[in-house]
Structure formats: C-alpha cells, structure tokens
Write a new protein. Structure first.
Length: 218
C-alpha cells in the first residue's frame, strides 16, 4: 500500500512551470516540478545557502532542527554540516529523492521524510524550525495550521526562522507573498518576535523582495 501523502495542486507554481522542467505530463502538483528535474531547474534553487538565514542560525547553539518544505535540501544539508541534527520534510517524493542525493554527495546525514507538513504532529523536541519559501506557498486559511505545527514542534525557547516573499500583487513569479503584518500575525501569543526584516531572495540571477522572521517559542 502506498502511504505517501496525497498532494494538493501546487497552485502558485504549476502555471509557470508548465513546460519548464521538460516534464511532458504536468498535472500541477509539486512533485511534477521535481520529477525529471535537476536542482538547478527549480525556480527556488540556490546552490549556496542564503547568507541572511545562516547569519541568524549561526548565533544559535546547534541542536535538533526541522526544515519544513525542504525542497532540494540545501539548507537542511548546510545545517547538518554545521553540527545540527536535522529532520527535513517535504510532500514531494521527487524533492526528497533529490535532497537525499545531495546529502549523500555532501557526505552528511539528514533525516528526510515525505510528509504533508500541515498534517505533521511533532512532539516538541526541536530547537529550530526553518522555513524558506514554504509558508508563502500556502493559502492564508492554512496559516493557523502552520502556526500550530511550528508551536508543537519547538521546545520552549526554541527558534523559528522563516524567509518568505513580500507581498507583490503584480508579481507573476511564484506566490503572491505575505505582507509584513501578515508575517507578524502568523506568530501568535505562543511566540515572541525577535526580528522581522526586509530581505531579498536571489535566485537564478533574479532578485525578489522578501521578509525574514525570527520568533522564539515562549
Ligand atoms: C518554494 S519551495 C521551497 C523549497 C526549499 N525550502 C528551498 O528553499 O529550496 C516549497 C516546497 O514546499 C513543498 N511543499 C508544499 N506544500 C507542502 C506540504 N503541505 N507539506 C510539505 N511540503 C510541502 C514543495 O514540495 C516545495 O518543495
């Protein structure tokens, strides 16, 4: 029996990715984007981890980390290199396969799992949750579920780092993004917000406005 999570349509990326991965039968799921693709085909792929994310994380003592919507695993792998014990989740089997191959090449161990993050029930054992571009791919109605999951994943005093697109209604590259107040509201009373700053996503020679958030689990 196949116990893989059923995948919803990848709303924001499916249209742009049609024909771009060389995949002939595009049904609009995340996995279709990964199947037959190389990491560098992905619109969100950057061969190096983001400096802004790593600068925040390097201030922390390595412990247990959870990367949600890990994609090709660039940041999960970098965390493992820096001494973190990393679990990395993605709904797409193709993403996890790609990430596992990259981890093997990098010579590090990461626990990659194919799972719908919104249905994940963590046990509060994590010191860090990292989200690069997963939250902004959700519908606003799904944000409360994201918050509950992150709150349940973190130990008291644990850190969440999220980097997402800033809202841009005319942006036709990927998801619409979140406004600063939406980002702030995603973290409820279970968290304190330590940083919320403008930043940039630099992918494949293009720069997109973003926001980076660091919250602490109360
Ligand atoms: C924009 S990509 C970012 C990937 C990665 N964080 C990075 O920065 O390279 C969003 C990722 O979230 C994954 N994803 C989307 N919905 C998901 C869900 N409900 N549960 C787990 N992963 C999901 C997609 O498969 C995709 O790999």
């Amino acid at each position: 029996m196949d116990d893989r999570p059923e995948e919803p349509e990848s709303r924001q990326y499916s249209e742009q990715m049609k024909g771009k991965t060389g995949h002939k039968h595009h049904h609009g799921t995340w996995n279709d984007i990964y199947e037959g693709a190389k990491p560098e085909d992905l619109p969100w792929f950057s061969p190096e981890p983001d400096t802004d994310i790593m600068q925040l994380i390097d201030k922390l003592v390595p412990g247990m980390a959870l990367d949600i919507g890990c994609g090709p695993g660039v940041h999960a792998i970098e965390l493992a290199k820096r001494g973190w014990d990393v679990t990395a989740l993605d709904i797409s089997p193709g993403a996890i396969k790609m990430a596992e191959e990259c981890a093997l090449k990098a010579g590090v161990e990461v626990e990659f799992r194919i799972i719908n993050v919104l249905a994940f029930e963590p046990d509060g054992s994590f010191d860090l949750v990292l989200d690069r571009g997963f939250l902004h791919s959700l519908e606003p109605t799904e944000y409360p579920r994201w918050t509950d999951m992150v709150a349940a994943a973190l130990k008291p005093g644990g850190i969440v780092v999220a980097k997402e697109f800033t809202i841009d209604p005319v942006n036709r590259f990927g998801p619409t993004g979140l406004s600063e107040s939406e980002m702030r509201d995603v973290l409820d009373r279970r968290f304190t917000i330590e940083r919320l700053e403008q930043t940039e996503f630099s992918v494949r020679g293009q720069v997109h406005d973003g926001l980076i958030l660091l919250g602490i689990r109360v």
